[in-house]
Design a protein around this ligand. Structure first.
Ligand SMILES: NC(=O)c1ccc[n+]([C@@H]2O[C@H](COP(=O)([O-])OP(=O)(O)OC[C@H]3O[C@@H](n4cnc5c(N)ncnc54)[C@H](O)[C@@H]3O)[C@@H](O)[C@H]2O)c1
Length: 345
């Protein structure tokens, strides 16, 4: 049976990324998938490249009328309509941690008989995420931190490319920097940006923070946090640490952006920063600025799309066989919908 994948247009006008590149769409078509791609005003790859890859081109937003069996693939939020969702949807739903609008989204699926296969929960048997944007998030976060630290970051931020950022990073003055969460995806991306800037960072991961040496941390001029924790750990920095006389730290980039979460390792600020205002002053004298942008990979849409699509391609190939990552996703969806309904009884 032919499986139909329907890549929808993203709702947000600033979202230039896509889950599947034209080259990977071509591979899927060669392997017998029917791939439909909606037109999109902002997607980084033009629709002509998808058409040349053998995809059927459809109008923006036409997934609502797609055949019932089509699997609708996207990245970020769905539009508010229709009220009932009939299809299987693959995207980041942000619907399982009681986020704003989560219950309404789950009820739309329940009403239409559709299923959310949430990309965030597509994991291997050990719980590790299989398709993620982390590497380029860490790269952009560290790049912005270096440029800000040098007084070279212009606002508002606009989508750019890795070669452009690499060129802007090269040739500056040396600085001391630390990456925490250095062994992870974002951490390795941060390392790449710092290397492009001629900086060799101190690299900390779980082993180095077990017995946390805050004074050592504060002796770095620049810090990039890329930790992913699922259990509370002592904060790396608390507000009082920012007033320590030995603080050399001037720029913090919190790629993790767990603000408000009980697992937040940087409870030194209470709201994220943005493309319009990427940096916020936390202390005046000596200065300390924060960058905490929660949509970093969208700033390098081409590289982010290519890396994500490479992760997703083997998983899409497995979709017809309902392998264990997909089964886990589907089970989680049904369990969460059941508990939402139970809670409102
Ligand atoms: N700001 C953005 O735009 C953006 C984009 C993508 C991901 N993220 C976030 O970045 C974070 C990292 O994502 P990832 O894909 O790199 O995760 P990952 O699992 O690949 O890496 C996380 C790293 O943190 C380390 N770690 C965990 N606890 C630690 C501790 N107590 N001390 C030191 N190191 C510790 C882990 O060992 C691992 O190496 C996540 O919270 C993710 O949601 C943010």
């Amino acid at each position: 049976m032919t499986v139909e994948l329907w890549m929808r247009s993203e709702v947000r006008a600033t979202e230039r990324r896509a889950p599947i590149t034209p080259a990977d769409a071509a591979a899927l078509v060669r392997e017998g998938f029917a791939v439909t791609v909606e037109e999109s005003a902002q997607r980084v790859h033009p629709i002509e490249e998808y058409a040349a890859a053998g995809c059927t081109v459809a109008e923006t937003g036409s997934w609502v009328d797609a055949p019932r069996d089509a699997v609708v693939v996207g990245l970020k939020e769905l539009p508010d309509q229709p009220a009932e969702l009939r299809h299987r949807h693959v995207f980041f739903g942000h619907a399982y941690k009681q986020q704003e609008g989560a219950e309404r989204l789950l009820r739309r699926f329940d009403a239409g008989g559709g299923v959310l296969l949430d990309l965030e929960y597509l994991t291997d048997d050990s719980g590790r995420r299989l398709a993620a944007f982390g590497y380029w998030a860490g790269y952009v976060g560290a790049a912005l931190a270096v440029l800000h630290h040098r007084g070279e970051l212009d606002a508002p931020l606009r989508p750019t490319s890795v070669p452009d950022l690499d060129a802007r990073l090269s040739g500056g003055d040396p600085m001391s920097a630390i990456v925490i969460g250095a062994l992870g995806r974002c951490g390795r991306g941060a390392d790449r940006a710092l290397t492009a800037a001629g900086v060799t960072p101190t690299r900390w991961d779980v082993a180095e923070t077990r017995d946390l040496d805050r004074p050592a941390l504060l002796r770095h001029e620049l810090m990039v946090n890329t930790v992913l924790t699922s259990a509370p750990v002592p904060p790396f920095l608390r507000p009082a640490d920012l007033d320590a006389p030995e603080r050399a730290l001037r720029t913090v980039c919190d790629v993790t952006c767990d603000v408000g979460s009980p697992f937040n390792v940087l409870p030194i600020y209470d709201s994220t920063t943005s493309w319009e205002q990427p940096a916020r002053t936390l202390r005046d004298e000596p200065p300390l600025d924060l960058i905490a942008i929660d949509n970093l990979p969208s700033l390098v849409p081409l590289e982010a799309t290519e890396a994500f699509s490479a992760d997703l391609l083997p998983l899409l190939r497995d979709l017809p066989r309902a392998t264990s990552p997909w089964q886990r996703c589907e089970r989680l969806f049904h369990d969460t919908v059941a508990s939402v309904k139970e809670a409102s009884r």
